[in-house]
Ligand binder design. Structure first.
Ligand code: AMP
Length: 249
């Protein structure tokens, strides 16, 4: 079974993002970029399936400009076998990415698609669900455990009320939650080996997908600054302040 993993290049989680001076978006010039943390978890899960003999090949896919090849090489160093870049300079929205991934999944006859539950830049949490709908595949979102059993995958999902288990007929789409696994680091020899692993580029045109944005960003602003907190000496003082100053009691 081939496992396809969708990998997005995003601003590194440790970077304090800054809004551009013209409020058109977030400043990306000279900012450290990385694999979206939920996609790292997706890569790790796919590699574990391969190590357990349940996946024959792990293929990583990223859609974006040539810079995303850096993240694909990192995924190859972590243990993926092969990479595909869907090369485009266009601003990609979740529906466009889902259409591109659908084409790649069909072309590769993927048995399982693992992706992050959300990208930490747009916080969209949409692409996996859209892909499942387009591909007509069952979906297990927010996965905290994944087990392959015959022609099914059992997924434990993190939902509001606790944990939910679903059994999905393969091929299926899984999106990862934080507790699914702890991603490994790439070793130096594997970083060297990754340079020789195959990385193919295709364009949205070659896949027959129109990636033109459907949504317009009106303006991007910083959230309002939070007022400083206050230390109180006792519960009675806290209650008094909630009554008289905050007016919430
Ligand atoms: P989102 O719906 O944008 O929150 O993204 C959810 C997941 O979709 C990500 O964690 C990735 O696995 C996948 N994804 C989103 N954008 C891309 C992209 N440009 N290239 C590859 N995968 C992507």
């Amino acid at each position: 079974m081939k496992v396809l993993v969708a990998v997005k290049r995003v601003v590194d989680a440790n970077v304090q993002v800054r809004v551009k001076a013209d409020n058109s978006g977030v400043e990306l010039a000279n900012v450290k970029m990385a694999i979206n943390p939920f996609c790292e978890i997706a890569i790790e899960e796919a590699i574990r399936l391969k190590e357990a003999g349940q996946a024959s090949e792990v293929i990583v896919v990223s859609a974006g400009d040539d810079a995303c090849q850096e993240q694909l090489r990192t995924a190859l160093a972590l243990g993926a076998d092969r990479a595909i870049q869907v090369a485009t300079d266009a601003e990609l929205q979740p529906l466009a990415v889902a259409k591109l991934l659908n084409q790649i999944a069909t072309r590769e006859e993927a048995g399982l698609i693992i992706m992050g539950k959300q990208s930490i830049d747009g916080d969209n949490n949409q692409t996996g669900q859209m892909l499942a709908a387009l591909a007509g595949m069952p979906q297990g979102t927010f996965a905290s455990e994944v087990k392959i059993e015959g022609d099914e995958v059992l997924v434990t999902r993190e939902v509001d009320g606790g944990l939910q288990q679903v059994g999905l007929k393969l091929p299926a789409v899984i999106t990862t939650d934080l507790r699914l696994n702890e991603p490994r680091y790439a070793s130096l020899p594997n970083i060297m080996k990754a340079k020789r692993k195959p990385l193919e580029s295709v364009t949205p045109d070659e896949l027959g997908v129109d990636v033109a944005p459907r949504l317009t960003t009106v303006e991007v602003n910083n959230p309002p600054a939070r007022a400083a907190g206050q230390m109180v000496g006792s519960v009675a003082e806290l209650v008094e302040k909630l009554k008289t100053e905050a007016g919430v009691l």
